[in-house]
Design a protein around this ligand. Structure first.
Ligand code: BG6
Length: 476
């Protein structure tokens, strides 16, 4: 029993959460640059432009922009086979609608991908990871506007042409399904540059925006294959398996419908058409979701080669209104699972859910899967000798990798890559904190932005190094 020989042991990050250098090399302002630091239970504020005196943690992040050589050397030392990062759209097209790309931005990623290869690391690249140009959000209302589809495709094609010999694995939109939760303004803004207007039907807008993005993704994939037929094109969804609270039949229906909100995105990406349950939902609500002539052919042609997903936690759904077990957390819907512990940020720790999700996805789609994010945020302080014994992180990964192994070896799931989230401490997307730490590598920086930015190896660094070396055989 073992992982496939060429299994991609990796790590995953996003440009805006670690690069910093928010105004360097001609970079434009992104939606991430106007989000202040929050905390668990304190939402990040989305400001109207950059306001002096506010704390914008993504502006400097962990300065990967200048320190990537040191960081990639550390990933190389751990034995990474691959590394997932994103291209900041605003480094390539600072305003999104620029006529020409920004050479300094293109050059930065040339150097970055070269450095990865020098370290024996295969790049896995997300084109849009919560970092749309702010100009697109303000001038066009984000992906509400169909013109943005072509801006995205132009950006994608520019990247495909430039990096066609350096990058094989691509994904279009990160966690594209997050925006299904229309009650949290964070998701619409980070996914699509959208701010809902008072009185509008948010769900109708969400589906229109989502269709625009799915068409953009399919168009980009069609172009990608012309540029390099060896590219592997993927999607990326946040998959939190939802369990019914009880065996009450009504709970099963609610659970099914809850999962369909995410499967809609996956079904279009993989199957290339809008699923019947979504069409019926639009019809029942009288929503006139607009598609252009030829869009259906584009969706059918621009399907993905692999399905990637982030996995952090599972949810529980209930059919009972005002259920007393309801979780009160901006990022966790539904009711509490009495069988699971939660992290300090309230996320249910559920390794078995990863095996379950891998099975559900593989049975549904029958294409290769990538776990493109998985990890746990912890509060951590170095001890008197400057060391960090992050046993809780090792326990978390050990349990999740063991379940992924079962999915591959016992259940026959074709999973070809595993990317722990935040192999180096970085700015949290949800709360904007530095101190929600995910890394195998500690970064000396706190929530106020103070610290030397020095990097140091936590105990989990050596543990993951061993896991990679033994191709997942030694999880002790
Ligand atoms: C995913 C995102 O939602 O989860 C990442 O793709 C994010 O960008 C990660 O950082 C962990 O979430 P958070 O809020 O703890 O940073």
């Amino acid at each position: 029993m073992s992982f496939p020989k060429n299994f991609l042991w990796a790590g995953a990050v996003a440009a805006h959460q670690l690069e910093g250098g928010w105004q360097e090399g001609g970079k434009g302002v992104s939606v991430a640059d106007v989000m202040t630091a929050g905390a668990h239970g304190v939402p990040r504020e989305i400001t109207d432009g950059v306001i002096e005196g506010k704390n914008y943690p993504n502006h400097d992040a962990i300065d990967f922009y200048h320190r990537y050589k040191e960081d990639l050397a550390l990933f190389g030392e751990m034995g990474f086979k691959a590394f997932r990062t994103s291209i900041a759209w605003t480094r390539i097209f600072p305003n999104g609608d620029d006529a020409e790309p920004n050479e300094a931005g293109l050059k930065f990623y040339d150097d970055l991908f070269d450095e990865m290869h020098k370290n024996g690391i295969e790049p896995i690249v997300t084109l849009c990871h919560f970092e749309l140009p702010l100009n697109i959000a303000k001038k066009y209302g984000g992906f509400r506007d169909r013109r943005v589809v072509d801006m995205f495709v132009k950006y994608a094609v520019t990247c495909f042409n430039r990096y066609k010999d350096k990058v094989k694995y691509w994904m279009t939109f990160n966690e594209i399904n997050n925006q299904r939760d229309v009650n949290n303004p964070f998701f619409a803004f980070t996914n699509s540059g959208v701010t809902y207007k008072d009185g509008e039907d948010k769900l109708a807008v969400m589906y229109q925006v989502a269709m625009n993005e799915l068409v953009a993704s399919a168009k980009a994939i069609i172009e990608a294959r012309k540029i390099n037929p060896n590219f592997r094109m993927g999607c990326m969804l946040s998959m939190c398996p939802t369990y019914p609270e009880t065996c009450r039949p009504e709970d099963q229906i609610v659970t099914l419908k809850e999962m369909d909100k995410s499967f809609f995105f996956g079904d279009v990406h993989v199957r290339g058409h809008i699923p019947s349950y979504t069409k019926q939902l639009w019809k029942n609500n009288g929503w006139d979701i607009k598609l252009e002539d030829g869009d259906e052919e584009i969706l059918a042609k621009g399907t993905v080669d692999y399905f990637s997903f982030s996995y952090y936690m599972s949810y529980v759904a209930t059919s009972i209104e005002n259920n007393p077990n309801a979780v009160k957390d901006e990022f966790v819907p539904g009711v509490k699972n009495p069988y699971l512990k939660t992290s300090d940020w309230g996320w249910a720790i559920d390794p078995v859910g990863l095996r379950y999700m891998l099975n559900v996805l593989y049975e549904r789609y029958e294409i290769p899967l990538m776990v493109s994010e998985n990890g746990i945020g912890l509060h951590e302080e170095p001890d008197a000798e400057g060391k960090i014994d992050d046993k809780a992180r090792v326990d978390y990964f050990r349990a999740h990798i063991a379940e992924m192994k079962k999915a591959i070896e016992i259940d026959g799931v074709d999973c070809f890559a595993y990317c722990p989230w935040g192999p180096i401490d970085l700015v949290s997307a949800g709360t904007g904190e530095m101190e929600k730490r995910y890394g195998f590598i500690y970064v000396d920086k706190n929530n106020k932005g103070e610290g030397t930015l020095n990097r140091s190896r936590k105990n989990s660094f050596y543990w993951y190094q061993k896991v990679i070396k033994t191709n997942g055989e030694d999880l002790a």
